[in-house]
Design a protein around this ligand. Structure first.
Ligand code: 1GP
Length: 250
């Protein structure tokens, strides 16, 4: 499967900036109006894409939120699913993830088999992404829900080996995840080890709270930085701009 227009656009953006910056919106983090406003602020601040999703999605307004963001912004709105039940119309693309750090077949292949039929039916662009949990100081929601163990944060070689396997299996992106609201973000050493081992595009997220932390991970080789929690609580457009500048290398 060749890259689709959204993936191509992100890769083209990478020719102009040092690293991409994505905002993650959790559909359950507030009212539909609040989430849409957070997305619009992100768009005005210059983010490269909005990720929409999380471990749980209980908000029945999920699809209208996605549609409103698509209508009112010109940046990609990409589903970041917690499972195949989150696949719904109105999004530009899906990070089609497999939780390769875990050994739970449900998130390695089962959700994907069920989701593939839906993605094809909706003619949704899929961005093939290996998803890896990195230990971050305490149990995270994604670790608990997926019933998997993260990779130890002081073992960059293990993370690199997983990324190599993902590349050999045809993935194009790898997402190094500390977990939403993580105590510790993915260490730069882990980012650097993965970047040095594969040609995959490297996304880093979870527990990044300052532009400086974002910059350190860009220096280590991240192609994209993801921040969620912080913007949901602060609602500060200026702060999003600071992160965009840190990622873009301005
Ligand atoms: C979580 O990587 C994302 O899946 C973003 O994490 O909410 O901690 O920024 P935060």
């Amino acid at each position: 499967m060749l890259p689709g227009p959204i993936e191509n656009r992100l890769v083209q953006n990478l020719e102009k900036v040092r690293s991409l910056f994505f905002t993650l919106l959790d559909p359950d983090s507030g009212s539909a109006a609040e989430i849409i406003e957070c997305g619009l602020k992100s768009a005005r601040a210059g983010v490269d894409a909005i990720l929409l999703g999380g471990s749980f999605i209980g908000n029945p307004a999920f699809t209208p939120i996605a549609q409103a963001l698509k209508k009112e912004t010109n940046i990609p709105v990409v589903l970041f699913p917690g499972g195949c039940s989150h696949i719904s119309p109105g999004l530009d693309a899906i990070l089609f993830t497999s939780l390769i750090s875990g050994r739970n077949p449900q998130f390695l292949i089962d959700e994907q088999v069920r989701g593939a039929v839906l993605v094809r039916g909706l003619k949704m662009e899929a961005i093939p992404t290996a998803y890896m949990l990195i230990e971050s100081g305490r149990t995270t929601a994604v670790e608990y829900i997926s019933n998997t163990r993260p990779i130890p944060s002081d073992k960059p070689a293990i993370a690199a080996a997983h990324a190599m396997a993902a590349e050999l299996m045809g993935q194009r992106w790898v997402y190094l995840e500390a977990g939403s609201g993580a105590m510790n973000a993915v260490p730069p050493k882990v980012v650097a080890a993965v970047r040095a081992s594969v040609d995959l595009k490297v996304i880093v997220g979870g527990g990044i709270r300052t532009p400086e932390q974002a910059r350190e991970r860009v220096e280590a080789g991240a192609h994209a930085i993801v921040v969620g929690n912080l913007f949901e609580s602060s609602k500060d457009e200026g702060l999003v701009k600071d992160f965009v500048q840190a990622a873009h290398g301005a």
